[in-house]
Design a protein around this ligand. Structure first.
Ligand code: DUR
Length: 242
């Protein structure tokens, strides 16, 4: 991917002009190229409680996700004179999570890789190495643990303040069978996500029987094994419908 370092420095300098830095009088701007070609920017925002100051790179990471996510490929950070500024230690940790070892940082004399700027970085791999469960995996609350492997999870779209999100619920009934015994039909309600794959992962952590209801109300099988008659067509994890 071509990196236009001049354009990144210009975008960082424009963001720097909007910095809110009345205490340090040290405005900072940052701009990063995202793996889909977008450029995201940020400026430092200080606070009367000095320690709560947000660095320019924090703004970059927030805009990265607020504008659609992706991975950071290259970042330029500038001080009040427009000269390259190396990210502080905390921001190197932030950048590592969203760009990884290959993300390049403008260092004046040339770009330097994050692998060099944050050697032996701590990250999600350390969490995973210490636990049997991947750090990103959805967890079943202990009070519902006895239901694991039973029931059905229904994943469906829902409107949150008029915006389409994905949510779901875990119900006791299995396809074609009435709920076993007494008690509420629903075991657990899911949170909401912007990404349907997160909702399906929540379901698969609970039971092999996961059904996704699409916009048209059609049930798609996102569970293990062969689709049951109630949901004869499979949900495609790639985001499409098969
Ligand atoms: O990488 C850095 C280092 C510092 N600052 C800001 C924080 C504070 O507002 C000012 C002085 O430390 O510079 C950043 O935005 N990014």
């Amino acid at each position: 991917m071509d990196i236009d370092w001049t354009a990144l420095r210009v975008a960082a300098t424009e963001a720097m002009r909007r910095a809110y830095a009345p205490y340090s009088r040290f405005p900072v701007g940052a701009a990063a190229l995202v793996d889909d070609g977008r450029v995201v920017t940020g400026c430092n925002v200080e606070n009367a409680s000095y320690g709560t100051t947000l660095c320019a790179e924090c703004g970059v990471v927030s805009q990265l996700h607020a504008s659609g996510g992706g991975r950071l490929v290259a970042l330029a950070c500038v001080d009040g004179s427009g000269a390259p500024l190396m990210p502080c230690g905390r921001c190197r940790q932030l950048l590592w999570e969203h760009g990884g070892p290959d993300c390049l940082v403008d260092a004046g004399e040339g770009p330097r890789a994050m692998a060099e700027l944050l050697p032996d970085a701590f990250d999600v791999a350390d969490l995973d190495a210490a636990s049997e469960r991947p750090a990103h995996a959805p967890v079943v609350p202990a009070r519902f643990a006895s239901w694991r492997g039973r029931g059905t999870v229904i994943v469906h779209p829902d409107l949150v303040n008029g915006v389409e999100m994905w949510t779901g619920y875990w119900e006791r009934a299995e396809p074609g069978a009435p709920p076993p015994g007494d008690g509420p039909r629903i075991i657990e309600e899911a949170p909401t996500w912007g990404d349907v794959t997160e909702a399906v992962a929540w379901g698969r952590a609970r039971t092999e029987r996961v059904v996704v209801i699409d916009d048209e109300g059609a049930a798609r099988w996102a569970g293990g094994g062969d689709p049951p008659p109630e949901a004869p067509r499979r949900w495609a994890a790639s985001g499409g419908w098969s």
